[in-house]
Each structure stands twice: as structure tokens, then as C-alpha cells.
Design a protein around this ligand. Sequence first.
Ligand SMILES: Nc1ncnc2c1ncn2[C@@H]1O[C@H](COP(=O)(O)OP(=O)(O)OP(=O)(O)O)[C@@H](O)[C@H]1O
Length: 587
Amino acid sequence: MTTTLPVSSPRRSRQAVLRHLRVHRAPALLGVGSLVASAAVSLVTAPLLGDIVDLAARGDTGPITRRALALAGAALVQALLAWIGLAAVARVGEQVLAGLREAFVEHALGLPLERIERGGSGDLISRVTEDVAMVSEAVRTAVPQFVQAALVIALTAVGLAVLDWRFLLAALVAVPVQVWTSRWYMRRSGPMYARTRTAGAAEQQQWLESLGGAPTVRAFGLADEHVELVRHRVDDSLNRTVGVVRLHMSFFSRLNLAEAMGLSTVLVTGFVLVREDLASVGTASAAALYFVNLFGPINRMLFLLDTLQSATASLARIVGVTEVPTDGTTSAVHASDVRPRDGEVVANGLRHAYVEGHDVLHGLDVTVPAGSTVALVGGSGGGKSTLAALLAGVRRPDHGRISIGGADLSGLDPATMRASVVLVTQEVHVFAGTLAADLRLAAPDADEQRLMDALTDVGADTWVGALPDGLETVVGEGGHELGPQQAQQLALARVLLTDPLVAILDEATAEAGSAGSRALETAAERVLAGRTGVLVAHRFSQAVLADLVLVMDGGRVVEQGRHDELVAAGGRYAGLWAAWSAGRTPA
Ligand SMILES: Nc1ncnc2c1ncn2[C@@H]1O[C@H](COP(=O)(O)OP(=O)(O)OP(=O)(O)O)[C@@H](O)[C@H]1O
């Protein structure tokens, strides 16, 4: 069952933005200041035109050229100031978004694995792609233009009042309809956008699950069921989008009504004032021009309100991720100077369930003395990988305590954690970049010699030497593709470079063919030499060398001892060992 990640409240989203905005206060003030100046300069246009109307009406054409030049000058200055203002506001917006994105990534990486699994990676991916794109778009265009339009509207209202307060009153007739329309719209659009985006994310998640699990879906004959699930999600997403379009249409027709009402009232007021000799034809023209000039910014602002609503919904989804409590193992919350005294691993009463009420580990007690190697063996589903993940701090036990060298695992700060325990699983990720950069993730300061030594230790020097650019060869996505064995060796070399107290290898050798397996086995031995090791061993040859073998079944340790002792005891391990050896001895 999936539970999507939380969405932040408007207040907390606002606080998050303000926190990041505070850092860029000076450029923000410069941007808004330039936009205010630009809007102020634009105000001279309508009175100048009114003046020209009056001069023309009087037949006094001489000074018209000067007015026309002033108009051109005002237009130039206004454009320049607007350009500076829009660019500055957009830049600040980008910086704020960059800050939010960094916080998002930092937090997402610290989320408990269980939480991401419950939310579904589709939800997280849609937040980091679609939602970030939506906010970026708003920050680049909508936010600066919105600020500009709001300033033009406010200053034009002042301009109208300066011409004659009655013009302002006339123009205000449109305001109640506009305010009512906007409120009506905002009340509906926010939740509507949020629901549309959630439906989009759910649809994406469903596509991922149905297509990603296509072989399983087909194998179990679940195709029809999945088509139905996808159809349900698509319909839901479509219906919500159509609802948004309907809302828009209704919104703009209400605004047109407001404009018609306002303009009629301003024209009638101008007519009355000119007839009563209280204003010139030029002033009335200027007032009408002011009002007409408001259409653009008002419509733009309200239209942008739309984009901003949508961006706000996306912002709340981005900030929402930063509000999920992080995993103690990766956040600085538990930062302390507790250091393990050695590599002894002690686990007591470990219980863990992936689905509530269905424990897969039932109160395990495990002790691995410093410097020794423990092999975990047993049939599929016995809980070996789960135990390995718990001991590595990748997952948290639901109950029980794990310590390394006397230090509680959940209390270690991230740097100590990294230096204390490293887990290598079958799913090795090769990061896109040069091989050297990939290795330096484990040891940023390592020089080339150290990198090569680590590669040699895990038997990777031959193929690395054959690469076109050696350590500088670009690997990972879009680069030189590494095979599973090479990727495993890379992961083992990273362990050597990190040099942790404890190395946990989960089926690190099971991937490759038999020659490859032997090479990886030797590499694993090098990695475990001189440190505490926990080895999930499918190949019994690894268990033979271990200081202690734990046989796991149904989430419990059912036998333990050295290989020889267990074989001699003739129990479950002896049976597994006999079956494995028989399979390897040619008849
Ligand atoms: N991510 C997961 N979500 C749900 N259940 C899981 C998950 N991982 C493991 N399990 C279940 O937990 C139980 C123990 O699995 P685990 O992988 O720890 O056993 P294992 O001994 O390592 O088996 P294998 O050798 O097949 O990997 C199994 O019943 C498995 O189905």
C-alpha cells in the first residue's frame, strides 16, 4: 500500500520561501525598486497624451513635438527600468528556488527508506521533476510579471486620483466584482490544482508500477487488472484537468464583466465632468487611457494568479518533503561526538516488519567480535538481507538495539556512520562521471595511486588499465558501461577507500559466473581482512572461511557455530552444505 509524501501548508511554504529570500534581501529590494520606478515613469504617458489632446483641441500644435519627445523618452526609461527590475526579481527567484531544491535533495536523501517505499518513488520523482519545473517556470516569468503588474495597478490608481478623485471612484466600481471573482477563483483553484497534481503523481506512480512490473504482471495474468488501474488513474487525472479548464472559462467571463462596468462608469464620469466644465477633454481622455491601460496588468495579474496557484501547489509539495522527519542515521539531528571504540557489532532483540504485524525478524541477538567475519546463510526469505540492512543502519529496526564498538548506531552522526559501517549489495550504482570521481565518493582526497591500489586489491586493475582513458574514463549512464562484476569490484574498491570498521557484504559475489565469482570472492576477502565483516553468503565456500556462521530461517537464527562444527553437528547447515558441495562435485 502506498501513502504519498505530505504536502506542506500555505503558511509553512511561505515561511520556507521567506527564509531563503532573506539571504537575497539586497537584490530583491533592487528588483522591486526598479519596478516601482518603471511603473511611476509609465504614469506620465496618459497625462502627456491628454495634454496633446487638449493642445490639439485648442489648435496649439507647437508644443506637441516636445510632448511627443517626452513620451518617447518616458517609454525608453520605463523599458530600461522594467528590464532591470524583471531580471533582478527573476534572479532572486531562481536563487530562492535553488536553495529550496538543495534543501529538498538533502532531505530526500535523509528520508527513511521505509518512508520512500511507502510513498512510492513515482511521487518523489514527480515532485523533483514536474513540481520543480512548475515552480521554476513561475519564478522565471510569472513572479516578476506579477510583481510588475501589481505595482502598475497600484500606481495607476494613484494617477487616476491625481487627475480627479471622481475618476478613481468610477474606476473602483470594477473592484468589488474583481475581488469577488478572484476570491471565488482562489478558493477553488488552490485545492483544485493540488488535487490535479496529486492525481497526476498517482497516475505516474501507477504507470511506473504497471510498466516496471510488466513481467510479473504478465506472469500472474494481472494485465486486465492493471489496465483497469491505469485507466482509473488516467480518468481521474483527466476529469480534474477538465474541471480546471471549466474554472478558467468562468473566471475570465466574470472579469470581462468587471471591465465593461468599470470602463462605462469612467466614460460616463468623464462625460459629466467635461459637460460641467470640471475637467478638460484631455483629462477625461487621460483617465480613460489610465483605465484601459489597467486591463492589461489586471488580466495579466489574474491570469498569472493561475500559474502562481499552480506553482504554490507545487511548492507545497516540494516543501512537504522537507517536513518528513528524517532518518536519524543520515540527519544531523543526532549529531554527537560518540565514536565506536572498535568494530565489535552487538545487536539485541532485533525485530523488523515491512508490513505492520508481519515481523520478518523475530527478536534476533547477534554479536560479531571486532575483526571477525560472520557469514549469514539460509534459504530464501530467511531474513539475511534484512538483518544486513539493519546492521548497516540502512533500515531501522522496529525494536531492538544495534551498537558498533559500544556506540549506539542510531546516535552516530553521518560522518562517523560512514566511517563505521558500509554496506555493499547486489544493486551497485555506478554514478555517471569519471571512474576516479566515482571512487572518490568514498575518499574525496585520495590521489591516483591510492585509487589504483584499491582497484588492484579487488582485482580490477587489469580491466581498468585497458580502459581508453584509465581512471579518467567516463562510466555510468551515457559513458563506458560496466558489467555487473566490474560494478561489484568498484563497490568493493570504494569500501577499501572508505576503510570502515565494519563491512557488510550482501551477496556481493552471487552475481558473476563461476570464474567471476572466485575473483569477487578473493576481492571480498581482501575487503574483510583486518576489519569486522558480515557476509550474506549464498556460496558456501565463503562460509567455510568465516569465524562464525549463522544459519537463518523464518527470521530466526536456527544454528550457529564454525563451519566444521556445524557440518559435524549434522543439522540443517550440514544438509545445505552437502547439497551445495554435491552440486559442485562432478559425478
Ligand atoms: N522491501 C521489502 N518489502 C516487503 N517485504 C520484504 C522486503 N524485503 C524483504 N521482504 C520480505 O522479508 C522477508 C525476509 O527477506 P530477506 O530478503 O531479508 O531474506 P533473505 O534471507 O535475504 O532472502 P534472499 O536470500 O532471497 O534475499 C521475506 O519474506 C521477504 O519477502
